[in-house]
Design a protein around this ligand. Structure first.
Ligand SMILES: NC(=O)c1ccc[n+]([C@@H]2O[C@H](COP(=O)([O-])OP(=O)(O)OC[C@H]3O[C@@H](n4cnc5c(N)ncnc54)[C@H](O)[C@@H]3O)[C@@H](O)[C@H]2O)c1
Length: 394
């Protein structure tokens, strides 16, 4: 299917580069309100630059990839659907539940597809964890901890203030990866309870630039401690904080009736999954017990680099990671061609948006909030199905 990008900022490069891996998508044009942004991507990837209006009216575009900023997601996705095209949007689906509901309903009414990031849930790391949960190796998941922990954005981002306004904060910015991962593994969330804090009320621009040393106001929670109650009965503690200097937490640890499971960073497509060794004596922190059991490690790592969309391909930053953004878009194009549901769907992301907004609402109201827009887990993606999305090599 022929794809046009609207929004040619930071994240558009990896989408355009990765699109060449997939058989069902071909990016043919791009647009941005800033001509220099669309010109950069058009030149770098040899695609046609168009105005936003012209791209929306183009007969040769089947799907629009909406990579604008979160506050523009709903407006642009609505315009795409009204122009009679399918849309795939970066996270979050929208910044309000009303907009999210409207988009999902609008797409259904027009028999068009709406898909939404994060597609990391289709990566090798998350799908390996999903397989372990589905096969029952950990038993029924009872509890667990998911942790977003960093010192925020102002030490590296030249213009970080928007991250700290309403619509930003760790829950809405990084939360989509964690909440989508948990819902992909455990199913829908029934209710949430959260407590939040703004700490401190002012932060300081740290990166080089004209604002360095000045302060800006913080208007959204920077630390939230939430409890997610899943329909399955699992109760997960979710900590989302931009107030952390250092930490030793795993991104996600789940504890089932048979074993414990470590899920890799859901902001990447790969990573090792670890399953606890159930043959060891129970108190594995006891050095004597581990020694008696033959010095075996208490966690068995399950590598994913050899699986489709698990190999490290993103050599920027530290550590290097697997980054296959475009996978969800390609899977949606394949689903449209084969007349089957797509996995990173509007309904699924509406549920995760309801969970994230429910967490913020609960922290505001200081009471438990039921989650109204439920969605079942997407189908698992087997390695064979994942491979079949790849363009065949000549
Ligand atoms: N940068 C990242 O590392 C990253 C990672 C994962 C997801 N995302 C998500 O991707 C999206 C884009 O992020 P980014 O970092 O590329 O942002 P960005 O600010 O670098 O780029 C956004 C682009 O969209 C354009 N734009 C904004 N409103 C528009 C409108 N109404 N019409 C046309 N163009 C418009 C802007 O001019 C800009 O070029 C966000 O939803 C973000 O959450 C970003």
């Amino acid at each position: 299917m022929r794809v046009g990008i609207i929004g040619c900022g930071n994240i558009s490069d990896i989408y355009a580069a990765n699109s060449k891996l997939f058989r069902d998508i071909d990016i043919v044009a791009c647009a941005d309100i800033l001509p220099e942004a669309s010109g950069r991507i058009a030149g770098k990837f040899g695609i046609e630059e168009r105005s936003v209006d012209k791209l929306l009216a183009s007969e040769d575009i089947d799907i629009v990839l909406n990579l604008t900023i979160p506050s523009s997601h709903a407006e642009i996705s609505r315009a795409v659907l009204d122009a009679g095209k399918h849309v795939y949007v970066e996270k979050p689906l929208a910044t309000s539940l009303e907009d999210g509901i409207d988009l999902v309903r609008r797409a259904a009414a027009k028999s068009l597809r709406i898909g939404c990031a994060p597609d990391t849930i289709l990566g090798a790391g998350q799908q390996t964890a999903r397989k372990i949960v589905d096969e029952g190796s950990a038993g029924r998941v009872l509890t667990g901890v998911a942790a977003i922990m960093s010192k925020g954005m102002e030490h590296w981002h030249p213009n970080p203030a928007f991250f700290y306004q309403a619509g930003g904060g760790p829950v809405l910015d990084i939360g989509p990866y964690y909440v989508s991962s948990l819902c992909n593994l455990l199913g829908p969330v029934a209710s949430v309870y959260a407590i939040g804090q703004i700490s401190p009320a002012e932060r300081r621009y740290g990166a080089e630039g004209p604002n360095k040393g000045k302060t800006f106001k913080v208007e959204t929670f920077t630390t939230i401690n939430a409890i997610l109650k899943f329909e399955s009965g699992a109760i997960i503690t979710f900590i989302a904080s931009w107030d952390i200097w250092r930490n030793g937490m795993r991104p996600i640890e789940l504890h089932g009736t048979k074993a414990s499971l470590r899920v890799p960073d859901p902001d990447t497509f790969g990573g090792d999954v670890e399953l606890s060794d159930t043959t060891l004596p129970l108190n594995t922190h006891d050095a004597d017990a581990v020694a008696a059991a033959g010095q075996r490690p208490d966690w068995n790592p399950i590598g994913t680099t050899k699986l489709p969309f698990g190999a490290i391909n993103y050599p920027f930053g530290h550590p290097t990671i697997a980054n296959y953004r475009s996978l969800g878009l390609a899977e949606m194009a394949n689903a449209i061609a084969n007349n089957r549901p797509h996995r990173c769907s509007g309904e699924f992301s509406l549920h995760t948006l309801a969970v994230m907004l429910g967490i913020l609402q609960s922290a505001d109201l200081r009471r438990e909030v039921p989650i109204s827009h439920r969605a079942d887990r997407p189908e698992a993606l087997t390695p064979e199905q994942a491979s079949s999305l790849r363009k065949e090599r000549p």
